[in-house]
Ligand binder design. Structure first.
Ligand code: ZN
Ligand code: ZN
Length: 411
């Protein structure tokens, strides 16, 4: 970060790790484990010190959040507070404007009260439902532009830059035109320094960045995919984009794309599966297993319950994680019951004897003269849907037709 070059004090970014008693390289799992241990020990309900407990909570709140941790690691608590106060973007110290002011970067022609923020870069990470269920950390190498450390962003070996004498370091020159009593003043970019406000002696040019002040670097980011993360929750690394003079680096944003699962379908915090069973199983019960996302096998033992077609069953707390304390959504099983395509009269007679059976022909309330035997065909759900879809299309066409007629009247 460019303004770090002027910062004589390295950020204090160790304190929170010390509170939890872990090293700065601790993984999210280790952080969580340390927190649970410390929190249990210091909980006020167990006679612990409340002040100490709050400190532990505060440390965990920051270190368990990838974005906050990232800022804390680089800039300490002060930097984090600064970011939180300025989460709308902007908010860099104004003196970086003095350093890099008017370097020819397009400021959009408007007067800003702070430096402009660079564009965000986003990337998609695809993850399996199992990975999302467990949560994981993905290390990602990013290539980005940063301020040259060799010359501390000055572009020179000596660290000194000579202010452009043409524009006095402003990067812009004023042109005054006198026309009679009128004076018009216009500003243009200085030709001598091309707007940078400084002249670099070719012999003093930094050998690493060749006077450009910025270099390409590879950086490894640890992207923390938290348990149960949703596709619409972006993981944001604030200001991890390119570091260019005079602008605040844009954000790096990772979006999770959930891979389609063979068995489970996720809807928010809940999981859904479809189970196909026979009519006999629907009536007499069954035992089956579902391989769950954490690798365990769930045994579902249905007995003394009749399963009706399309019926759901709910298994509490076997959905996606909602928090880090074991609270999950639920698992829903939807049953599809396969009926036999035909049964012979022998089976029919047995079933009639066992199951409740009333035959319409036994209903003698109707007078015989009003009865007509009609033909019918069996229809599937899809066939019905097809018919309903066609009704909608027909109506739309008629509406369009009506509108067209109205337009003609207006003309
Ligand atoms: Zn100049
Ligand atoms: Zn350099």
């Amino acid at each position: 970060m460019f303004n770090n070059f002027n910062n004589p004090n390295p950020p204090n970014n160790k304190q929170l790790y010390e509170v939890l008693g872990i090293s700065q390289s601790a993984s999210p799992k280790e952080i969580k484990k340390a927190y649970k241990k410390k929190a249990l020990k210091c909980h006020p309900d167990r006679g612990g010190n409340e002040k100490e407990f709050k400190k532990i909570q505060h440390a965990y709140e920051i270190l368990s959040n990838a974005e906050k941790k990232n800022i804390y690691d680089r800039q300490g608590l002060e930097g984090l507070e600064h970011h939180l106060n300025n989460s709308g973007g902007g908010g860099m110290p104004h003196d970086i404007f003095d350093l890099f002011g008017g370097m020819g970067f397009n400021m959009g022609g408007r007067r800003h009260h702070g430096p402009r923020k660079g564009q965000s870069t986003s990337a998609t990470l695809s993850a399996t439902l199992e990975q999302i269920y467990e949560g994981y950390v993905k290390k990602i190498n990013v290539t980005k532009k940063i301020g040259c450390k060799k010359c501390k962003g000055t572009g020179t070996i000596s660290g000194r830059t000579t202010s452009c004498s043409t524009c006095n370091g402003r990067g812009r020159v004023s042109n005054i035109r006198i026309m009679g009593n009128m004076r018009t003043i216009s500003e243009t970019t200085c030709n001598q320094c091309r707007g940078s406000g400084e002249i670099i002696n070719p012999n003093d040019r930094c050998t690493i960045c060749k006077g450009k002040k910025i270099i390409q670097c590879q950086k490894q980011l640890e992207v923390n995919i938290s348990r149960g993360i949703n596709e619409h929750e972006p993981i944001i690394f604030r200001e991890e984009g390119d570091e260019l003079p005079g602008i605040i680096p844009g954000d790096l944003i990772f979006n999770i794309k959930e891979k389609k699962h063979k068995i489970f379908e996720r809807v928010g915090q809940h999981l859904f599966i479809k189970k196909t069973i026979s009519l006999t199983e629907a009536l007499c019960g069954l035992i089956f297993h579902v391989k769950f996302l954490d690798g365990t096998n769930l045994r579902i033992n249905v007995k003394n319950t009749i399963i009706k077609p399309n019926q759901f069953m709910r298994i509490k707390n076997y959905g996606m994680p909602i928090d880090d304390y074991g609270n999950n959504g639920d698992l829903f099983i939807q049953y599809k019951v396969i009926f036999p395509s035909s049964i012979n009269s022998k089976v029919q007679n047995i079933i009639k004897q066992i199951l409740p059976y009333t035959n319409e022909t036994n209903n003698n309330n109707m007078s015989n003269s009003n009865i007509i035997d009609v033909n019918f065909t069996s229809m599937t759900q899809d066939e019905i849907k097809n018919i309903l879809d066609n009704i909608n299309t027909g109506r739309n066409q008629r509406n369009q037709h009506n509108q067209h007629n109205q337009e003609c009247h207006v003309q």
